[in-house]
Design a protein around this ligand. Structure first.
Ligand code: SF4
Ligand code: SF4
Ligand code: SF4
Length: 453
């Protein structure tokens, strides 16, 4: 199976199952409408006549070249990955999203967490719960050595003592359990100060800094509780943090909505501020919301992704690559790696979210949805039925994903969005799929252009 498309003037053919990418000319691109396995030893007359706009000898030659690629298992490769899906997918828990705060000092209009409280009462996690969560993670991680903890909210800096004490505790016990903790924090930046910046740069392997781009865009959608903008407060702090980060990872993460369908300008703006690692992602929300992205917006969004891809390609050609756009990053040499690519984020199986009360959910987006509550770190029990359910979710257990050309790059999309907006974890969120597929097309085109440099 192949997927072919035109991207900013290039004709690209993806061999879905081998991950092979071929940049071809228009003749080959058109020929692939007709040339398919089983290949004959000579180009059939019927195909030559369908390709009447081209020189028949050239068509016949290209046909045989395609046959060679097919014989070499570089084109129309069979999908033999389903066999891996049948393998036991159960895994110990190795990553945790620790909701140290169900409160927030911003009032973002699109907040999936109801501006921080996740539909409950505003509260912070106490230190004991943070420590208990580390014990729980160690106990449920079997022989996994590397464990990941993301301090999350609401706004995690509001529970700073819990962050610091939890890290201290985890570090104090990791060696005796033969574990290695890797910490991340996701922050809106409002409460950053020199002390917190130094601490984050020392202790957090990665940090995610939330900013939506241009001041007018950010301030409209990410106001403080009194309605004023957050941009001027956070940008200088983010700059200071990133300046002191050394070679540790970070990325500036933005969200675009119907209000900024020209989001490539926000990407460029964030880069102009000096940030090189960034992502700006589409809002996923109730379609009735005024800022919601709808089907009608897709052509504009696709054109914007094309524009961004072109800008990045041009920068690369000039040797001036200025930033990495998270959603356009694909390693073509890696190819589809079986198990990893079959099941995506691992939510509810290898990854869980823990609330300030110590309740366990499959991930942050499921928090507060009672039917998906998986247990409590205080009892130590995990609902095995829910864990097994998520362990069994992979691209072949989702009907639409099993035949989707993007499946090995998308890995089946976001389970939470599927449940919240389509009513079924196994039903892909259609609007997100369309945008995901477009991003993957851009990413492949960009990677192919870079490879050919
Ligand atoms: S900073 Fe995050 S948690 Fe706070 S209101 Fe904005 S989106 Fe919600
Ligand atoms: S794009 Fe949609 S259908 Fe395709 S693999 Fe991803 S979630 Fe599944
Ligand atoms: S289900 Fe969606 S929101 Fe939850 S961890 Fe997976 S990708 Fe993220």
């Amino acid at each position: 199976m192949i997927h072919k498309y035109e991207q900013n003037g290039s004709y690209i053919v993806l061999d879905i199952c081998s991950g092979g990418v071929h940049v071809v000319d228009k003749l080959v691109y058109d020929l692939l409408d007709y040339a398919k396995p089983p290949f004959a030893d000579k180009c059939p007359d019927e195909i030559i006549s369908k390709m009447a706009d081209y020189d028949s000898e050239e068509v016949a030659e290209c046909y045989l070249e395609l046959k060679e690629l097919y014989d070499a298992k570089m084109l129309f490769t069979d999908d033999d990955y389903a066999q891996y899906a049948a393998m036991a997918m159960k895994a110990p828990i190795k990553a945790m999203c620790l909701h140290v705060s169900h409160d927030c000092n911003l009032r973002c209009k699109y907040c999936f967490a109801q501006t921080g409280d996740f539909g409950g009462s505003r509260m912070l996690m106490d230190v004991e719960t943070g420590k208990k969560a580390m014990d729980f993670l160690i106990q449920h991680s079997a022989d996994r050595v590397n464990l990941e903890v993301d301090f999350f909210g609401g706004e995690p800096l509001m529970a700073w003592d819990t962050v610091v004490e939890t890290v201290k505790y985890a570090r104090s016990i990791e060696k005796q359990h033969n574990k290695n903790f890797r910490f991340t924090i996701t922050t809106n930046g409002i409460l950053l100060d020199d002390e917190k910046i130094d601490y984050i740069n020392k202790e957090m392997s990665n940090c995610v800094l939330s900013l939506d781009g241009r001041k007018c865009i950010n301030d409209n959608i990410r106001p403080t509780p009194n309605g004023s903008g957050s941009y001027d407060i956070i940008v200088p702090k983010f700059k200071k943090l990133v300046d002191g980060r050394g070679d540790k990872d970070y990325y500036v993460r933005g969200t675009f909505t119907k209000y900024n369908l020209d989001f490539a300008d926000d990407v460029l703006h964030i880069n102009e501020l000096g940030f090189e690692q960034l992502s700006v992602e589409p809002v996923v929300t109730d379609p009735e919301m005024p800022y919601a992205i709808t089907k009608d917006d897709l052509p504009t969004i696709f054109a914007e992704y094309d524009r961004l891809e072109k800008i990045m390609e041009e920068q690369k050609v000039k040797g001036e690559r200025k930033f990495n756009f998270f959603h356009f990053m694909i390693d073509l040499n890696q190819g589809p790696c079986a198990v990893k690519r079959l099941r995506g984020c691992g939510c509810g199986n290898e990854y869980v979210a823990v609330t300030p009360e110590g309740d366990i959910y499959p991930c942050h987006q499921f928090v507060g949805i009672e039917e998906w509550k998986m247990g409590s770190i205080y009892t130590g029990e995990v609902n095995q039925q829910i864990k097994d359910y998520f362990a069994g979710i992979h691209i072949y257990s989702k009907e639409e994903c099993g035949t989707c050309w993007a499946r090995f790059y998308c890995s089946g999309g976001c389970n939470a969005n599927s449940f919240i907006y389509e009513g079924d974890v196994k039903k892909p969120h259609k609007l997100s799929c369309e945008m995901q597929k477009k991003r993957i097309e851009c990413a492949i085109a960009l990677a192919a252009a870079e490879k050919s440099e």
